[in-house]
Design a protein around this ligand. Sequence first.
Ligand code: AMP
Length: 429
Amino acid sequence: MEIKAPRGTNDIMPDQAKSWYELEKKAVSLFERYGYGRIVTPTFENTALFERGIGESTEIVQKEMYTFTDKGGRSITLRPEGTAPVVRAYLEHNLSGQPMPVKLYYLGSMYRYERPQAGRCREFWQVGVEAIGSADPAIDAENILLLIHYLDYVGISDLKLLINSMGCEKCRPDFVSDIKKKLGKSKDLLCNDCKRRAEQNPLRVFDCKKSKCREALKKAPKISNYLCDSCSGHFDQVKSFLKEAKLSFEQDPWLVRGFDYYTKTTFEVISEELGAQNALGGGGRYDGLIEEFGGASTPAIGFAIGIERVLLALSKQQKKEKKMPGLQVFVIALGEKAKQKTFRLIYDLRKVGISADMDFQERSLKGQMKLANKRNAEFTVIIGSDELERNVCGIRNMEIGSQDEIELDKCVDWFEVNLCKKEQNIEKK
Ligand code: AMP
């Protein structure tokens, strides 16, 4: 029997390990530059930590946790996320005595029983930060800035930042109760899971990807109309810090994210390159979580970035940027006699170090032109019967579209001079 790696897991092979290490190294250096210190927590925790922290009715707790009973009869869960374990460690090691905010970062593998697809795995890696102890909107903006800074630092372009405010325990209940009423009216549209969610925890309907459930939410009330003065003032300040840092963002009233612990600011960075699983990283404020775990009421905020998705976005970007290795000269021959001259010419060009090629499939003129384009040729040379008679060839610069006609015998010299000139110009830039 051939034993393969479990579904949704990946081996990181030596050719990938280098870029992997690079992403980790950059996370360490940047997070430390922003004042975060590393924390390493266990890969597994007591199940209750996640049930209480993430929320019993979330998709993660209900369907995605790798939970098992160990040999001592304890319920253990492979961590599906990094925030609850960091908060547990913060309390267990009495870090509240340190100057606030306590800034911690982690790198590690996470486990969720999801349907695997591109960018979605059952074991995946995250780098993330948590800033515990500050309610200042400036720390929300700093978190968002750091997330963007990291993605920019590793070389991802075309990012889109989405932000929202989830309100607090004062203003959210009215919103939740109105959502519940609204969903109650369109119950027939909802999937079985969402019918239950609409009753128990209506915000979780926002996590559902099914089109009918999304349809049901379309006319749902928006949280922005429910925020209390404190939450809307906080959100305004976060936005003004982001503007100060010249970060563009879009407000997304549906950005709820799949954890119950979020309060006030939530944010996510997406890349259009990635298709369905387009979130590279995200996070938010969780001002109630530390109290929920038995600590003093302590505001906090954090985010996590998925390493597999960052690598995927980078490879898609590189493919787009990198054209086929460019050919310098493609020689088009029309007719058998011209083909003989062409055969000789590409040999002479190659001898002096110029990459050159011709057609070997008896293509028409149009077909040869197409091939020259596909090969990204810098120049095409055309030799037809008329050119042969006059002992000349036509040269076309494919980038700027200019045409020259020169004697066939001077063709190699011409390319030596002109390609050399071009290289010198590129070096000067
Ligand atoms: P979350 O912990 O759900 O806030 O996710 C933070 C980031 O982790 C996401 O934006 C993704 O980049 C990544 N991520 C979450 N779930 C998965 C998964 N199943 N597979 C790969 N990456 C994931």
